[in-house]
Design a protein around this ligand. Structure first.
Ligand code: FES
Length: 252
């Protein structure tokens, strides 16, 4: 790992060469919206909310999946970016049903919050709003495809943190759906551990705890950094209690 120098909003800064632009932007206390990004999970670069301008690049770049480079010149706020972010948000709202007034996450929803921050007060596109089914076959949780923005946080946390890989994405483009196992009712999944991590990381009301009514659901994200940093630091690997092969391995 080496140190690179780049220009961020006209200011010369340095960063580690393995950092993403988003990490560096946040380190400098600059706000740019994100939806699919979540600290502790791999990056997907799917929501396109974190787009930035990189001098010399023909297209806008998603900061979460762009690594810093020597001499880069980056702009995080401009009229062009504001228009693109707003249009992206409008397209998300037009695609599925995000009527906040009847959502369990009203007032606590990340999509709603980003729309408010970006000043998105109406949608210029025709609403598609397909009538998608809900899966309430699980005894504690529900999945409402109508609220899903396909950020895949649920898929990634289930695979990367819980290690169950119950959730996945079926289909392409507008037909994409979050599925459980081989597209079977969630309640009949044999791989699901019912840990609820997918529900907690979901930014909207697509995944919810049963029993919550309109505006009642608040999701907790703190468990994720606790688990991931605990694993990185081997906090639960007690040398005295670890089997001999674990201690041997550590010495290698
Ligand atoms: Fe970067 Fe979603 S946060 S594309």
């Amino acid at each position: 790992m080496s140190v690179v120098t780049l220009t961020l909003n006209d200011e010369l800064i340095s960063a580690n060469s393995d950092q993403s632009l988003l990490e560096v932007i946040r380190e400098h206390d600059i706000y740019i919206p994100t939806l699919c990004h979540m600290e502790g999970l791999s990056e997907r670069g799917g929501c396109r909310m974190c787009l930035v301008e990189v001098q010399g690049s023909r297209t806008l770049q998603a900061a979460c999946v762009t690594e810093v480079a020597e001499g880069m010149v980056v702009t995080t706020h401009s009229e062009r970016l504001r228009k693109y972010r707003r249009m992206t948000l409008e397209l998300i709202f037009a695609e599925r049903n995000h009527v906040c007034a009847v959502c369990v996450m009203n007032g606590h929803c990340e999509l709603q919050a980003v729309a408010a921050i970006e000043g998105m007060d109406h949608v210029r596109f025709d609403y598609l709003h397909p009538d998608l089914p809900m899966d309430i076959s699980h005894e504690r949780f529900g999945l409402d495809h109508n609220r899903c923005i396909l950020c895949t946080r649920c898929v990634r946390v289930c695979d990367e943190v819980e290690g169950a890989h119950t959730k996945d994405v079926l289909g392409r483009g507008i037909n994409c759906r979050i599925i459980n196992d081989l597209n079977q009712p969630w309640g009949s999944s044999q791989s699901c551990t019912s840990c609820g991590k997918c529900v907690e990381v979901c930014p909207t009301g697509a995944l919810f705890r049963k029993g919550a009514t309109v505006a009642e659901m608040v999701k907790r994200h703190d468990f994720l950094s606790w688990i991931t940093s605990g694993r990185e630091k081997n906090e639960w690997d007690y040398a005295g209690q670890a089997p001999y092969y674990a201690t041997e391995r550590r010495k290698e």
